[in-house]
Design a binder for this molecule. Structure first.
Ligand code: ADP
Length: 380
């Protein structure tokens, strides 16, 4: 019985919560580790181990307790996973892939070494080195600075448009990237199993919040020509193969104003750009990961109906206990599916939930999504 298999998840955020929810349909024995019981996944399992997933001993202990481990975040302790893998524990994806991807410098170098299209870049040690390179004329604004480690949701990314922005530089080991003239930002999720079979979802389009650097709307499927869609799916397959990942890989891409396709970054786990797969696709990204881990047939990733996903972000200037305004009005609309993550405290632009909105066509779905975005407010 699959339900006898013990699965450990490092990270109890919303992605961990939705993975547990998918697993509970199959009555799986899932164990989650994160810092305290305020994390979203703690609400959906009593097999929640309070602990820091950056702690080597705690991760190792969880690994010994379960049959297989996966992640919902890359900043986990890697040494423990490497040790567990050497002792025969199943880890999805491999620590080797996580190790490359969690460091944006190693990730970009991997693309370069494998001829995967990406923007040109330099690796630097700190802000002083960047200033010196600018002074020497070796790099010139505009450029994008990305902290090599621990960045997320735009934190750890600085866009330096001119020399007068240099005070914004982060004083950390970084990647300096050429600033790309972006036409569209897209994402695609691929899953690969132990036999090397791959299922690829339809690419989706990400529409960003103008100031918060967070995805505001996600449109599925992306409004792109069919040949571009196939090109992206072929690229996704080749990238997941080259990383030799058994698990999920979400790939964020740019289409440039010149029509070029560039890989921005990847994540080897369930991803924000796949939230809509729960209601809009035949197999959700979460179920797909569980199928891979349990060596079950890959599920059909095809999209059933067009979808728009809206991130529900904490309102600016609101900190503290969470309240939701406008819920009734939004749930009065047809095919609006609401996910509230249950984070105890709201903060400006914190991801507090999302809504997936379906319709027969993208345009009416987008109209409802705009209504939800304007009506549903996360306040304190
Ligand atoms: P994070 O891991 O925090 O999501 P990203 O690498 O996705 O960081 O960057 C956040 C956003 O910054 C991207 O979605 C894009 O809008 C912008 N960005 C990132 N890299 C570049 C680049 N090389 N050129 C132009 N804009 C970029």
């Amino acid at each position: 019985m699959i339900s006898n298999t013990r699965i450990g998840i490092l990270g109890g955020g919303q992605l961990g919560k939705m993975l547990v929810q998918a697993g509970s349909r199959w009555d799986l024995d899932m164990w989650v580790m994160d810092k305290d019981l305020t994390y979203p996944a703690a609400k959906v399992t009593n097999q929640f181990i309070i602990g820091d997933f950056k702690d080597q001993d705690l991760v190792y202990q969880l690994g010994q307790h379960v049959d297989m481990l996966t992640i919902e975040i890359e900043t986990i302790n890697l040494e423990a996973l490497i040790k567990l893998e050497s002792e025969g524990k199943e880890i999805y994806p491999s620590p080797k892939a996580i190790g490359i991807i969690k460091d944006k410098g190693l990730q970009k170098t991997f693309y370069k070494d494998h001829q995967i299209p990406t923007s040109s870049f330099e690796l630097v040690e700190n802000a002083t080195e960047i200033r010196a390179l600018v002074e020497a004329g070796k790099i010139q604004p505009p450029f994008v600075q990305k902290a090599r480690r621990e960045g997320y949701d735009g934190r750890g990314v600085q866009i330096i448009n001119s020399k007068s922005d240099l005070h914004l530089l982060l004083d950390v080991q970084s990647v300096i990237e050429e600033k790309v003239a972006i036409e569209k930002e897209l994402a695609v999720i691929a899953a690969r199993n132990n036999k090397g079979e791959i299922a690829t979802y339809d690419p989706v389009e990400m529409v960003f919040h103008p100031t918060a650097n967070l995805v505001e709307y996600l449109v599925a499927p992306a409004n792109i020509a069919t040949d571009v869609k196939y090109k992206i799916q072929t690229l996704a397959k080749s990238i997941i193969e080259q990383f030799e990942i058994v698990g999920l890989l979400a790939i964020e891409l740019f289409i440039t104003k010149g029509g070029e396709l560039l890989v921005n970054e990847v994540a080897p786990r369930p991803h924000n750009s796949g939230h809509h797969t729960i209601e809009a696709c035949r197999t959700s990204q979460y179920e797909q990961l569980l199928r891979v881990m349990l060596d079950l047939p890959l599920g059909d990733p095809s999209i059933l109906r067009p979808a728009v996903m809206v991130n529900l972000l904490g309102e600016p200037d609101h900190h503290g206990e969470t309240y939701y305004e406008g819920l009734e009005k939004c749930l009065g609309l047809k095919d609006v599916f609401l996910h509230l993550y249950g984070k105890a405290e709201t903060r400006p632009f914190r991801k507090m939930g999302h809504a997936t909105i379906l319709d027969h066509d993208l345009q009416p779905a987008m109209e409802k999504a705009k209504f939800v975005r304007q009506t549903l407010k996360v306040v304190s």
